[in-house]
Design a binder for this molecule. Structure first.
Ligand code: GLU
Length: 511
């Protein structure tokens, strides 16, 4: 750790919705900032105008908010280094580019894109990669190869060059990554990357390095896909004279598909039936619709807890962590190098665990919303009792909703197998007697109904199992389910005896 104040940034490009890998990057940055009492910044890297997706920035901000990741500085909250949207900072990048050109560390390139594409195709046909670099830059159309007057003439004629970085010819670059340790690159394999485009915008590389420096970022924590850019970024720090102040880097492991090989992609979700986005998103360009954890009924705490363990481990058996606990336990040293396999079952398991801990009133409010959407309204007290009874088997409030149907709709059909097994010739008479017994019980609560029914069954000398199963069928239509004495308390005496009467009539006519 260097001695700087910890300042980390999440720097998404608004090219679409934030995939769960992106949320994990944001989360690890946030946790690291909290762990070290530092700052968590949000910077929007929108210099690639061609890939800009309207609504993406708002989506990212909403998603971070839903996850509870509070932004200390940046887009949507402001701060001393504003603006935090790169498209509003192009003048800043231009100044640094001009300096790099003046010092001979970058140069102007006029090559028509078509020409470069041709060279690329030729190289590919030979089984080679075309690298615009030390080996060939002297034979290309740039300010290092062309005479100064020719460069001047092209500029006068209104040609718009790009600015390329002058990559050292053959240098071994040895860098430290907090997660991976030493990483080595050879510059002969790297090309003279474009730093500033003809459209007046910088590329990601230049803007990213300039901003990390100006915004005093102490640690760059980002996805593994940026590891190949690490040497260029380090060389840019050197070229700009900021090497001594360079942030420390940590490249997070990939998130892998639930099965098979490879990185989890947004398509896997729709294919395999789980969300890969924190919230629903409709792509305004393609019209494609993506489901979200939020709308699927996940609690943000469960989603965040699940994400935290994708690539990080606490070094203990503990799996359930609040955001606060994560903020205290998190360290980059405990982030794995190898890919983290995503498991939709585990995600559901986390939600199940959090659901068990939720106050019944909170679950009841969720249930009330689902019921309202289908035109059913019930007293809060009743819904609270239903949730208390059904939550044990539920992963989501929707599961409670599905399991609770019989509370709001009397059975229309009765489980066939259960009926065959438990509805005997004597059953109607017995249930009739049971109904009369129940009529007399006041108050109609389990501590009264249960002993009374048990005593009656014992006196009758019939099997408790069979009569209880028939009773359950009559009340719910199902062969199994939650504790029946609790169910009938919620339904109330009148509805209970009514259902018994209906079942006696309907099922007896079939036997
Ligand atoms: N804008 C880059 C992205 O979209 C940021 C990479 C980085 O953190 O350096 O992921």
């Amino acid at each position: 750790m260097n001695n700087k104040r910890v300042r980390v940034r999440f720097a998404p490009s608004p090219t679409g919705a934030l995939h769960l890998g992106g949320v994990r990057t944001a989360l690890f940055n946030y946790l690291f900032a909290r762990r070290h009492g530092g700052d968590f910044l949000l910077r929007v890297e929108d210099t690639d105008q061609g890939r800009f997706v309207p609504g993406a920035e708002e989506y990212i901000i909403e998603a971070l908010k839903w996850c509870g990741l509070t932004i200390d500085e940046g887009v949507s909250v402001g701060g001393p280094h504003a603006p935090y949207r790169q498209s509003e900072r192009s003048e800043i990048y231009r100044q640094f580019t001009t300096r790099l050109v003046a010092e001979g560390r970058a140069y102007l390139a006029f090559d028509p894109p078509g020409e470069l594409n041709e060279r690329r195709a030729e190289a590919e046909a030979r089984g080679d990669a075309f690298i615009y670099g030390a080996k060939n830059r002297d034979s290309l159309r740039n300010s290092l190869a062309l005479p100064a007057e020719e460069v001047e003439r092209l500029l006068q004629a209104g040609e718009k060059p790009v600015i390329r970085f002058k990559m050292p010819a053959d240098e071994e670059i040895i860098l430290q990554d907090i997660i991976r340790g030493e990483v080595r690159f050879n510059t002969s394999l790297l090309d003279d990357k474009v730093l500033f485009k003809a459209d007046g915008m910088p590329t990601y590389h230049l803007a990213n390095v300039v901003d990390d420096h100006l915004m005093e970022i102490s640690h760059v924590i980002r996805g593994e896909e940026w590891l190949p850019s690490f040497p260029l970024h380090a060389l840019l720090y050197r070229a700009l004279g900021w090497e001594k102040n360079m942030p420390l880097f940590a490249h997070l492991p990939l998130i892998l598909k639930p099965v098979g090989n490879g990185k989890l992609s947004k398509r896997d979700g729709n294919k395999m039936g789980f969300p890969v986005f924190p919230m629903e998103f409709t792509d305004p360009v393609t019209g494609e619709k993506w489901r979200g954890y939020k709308e699927d009924g996940y609690f943000p705490e469960a989603f965040v807890n699940m994400l935290a363990l994708l690539g990080w481990n606490p070094g203990t058996e503990q799996e359930l962590f609040s955001l606060q606990e994560l903020s205290e336990a998190f360290s980059l040293e405990r982030v794995n190098r190898s890919g983290a396999r995503f498991s939709p079952e585990k995600a559901r398991w986390f939600n199940h665990k959090y659901l068990q801990e939720k106050p019944d009133e909170v679950l009841a409010a969720g249930l009330a919303r689902l019921l309202e959407a289908e035109g059913t309204r019930r007293e809060e007290q009743e819904l609270v009792k239903i949730c208390r009874l059904l939550k044990e088997r539920a992963n989501f409030v929707q599961d409670i909703h599905a399991a609770a149907r019989f509370f709001f709709h009397p059975p229309r059909v009765y489980d066939e197998k259960g009926t065959r097994k438990n509805w005997k010739e004597e059953t109607p008479a017995l249930l009739g007697e049971l109904a009369r017994l129940l009529e007399e019980i006041e108050p109609f609560i389990p501590s009264n109904t249960e002993p009374a029914v048990r005593e009656w069954v014992t006196g009758k000398g019939v099997g408790l199992g069979q009569i209880m199963n028939a009773f359950r069928l009559a009340i719910t239509g199902f062969a199994d389910g939650p504790r029946l004495f609790d169910v009938i308390e919620i339904l109330g005496k009148e509805e209970t005896t009514r259902r018994l009467a209906v079942a006696i009539e309907r099922l007896s006519s079939n036997t």
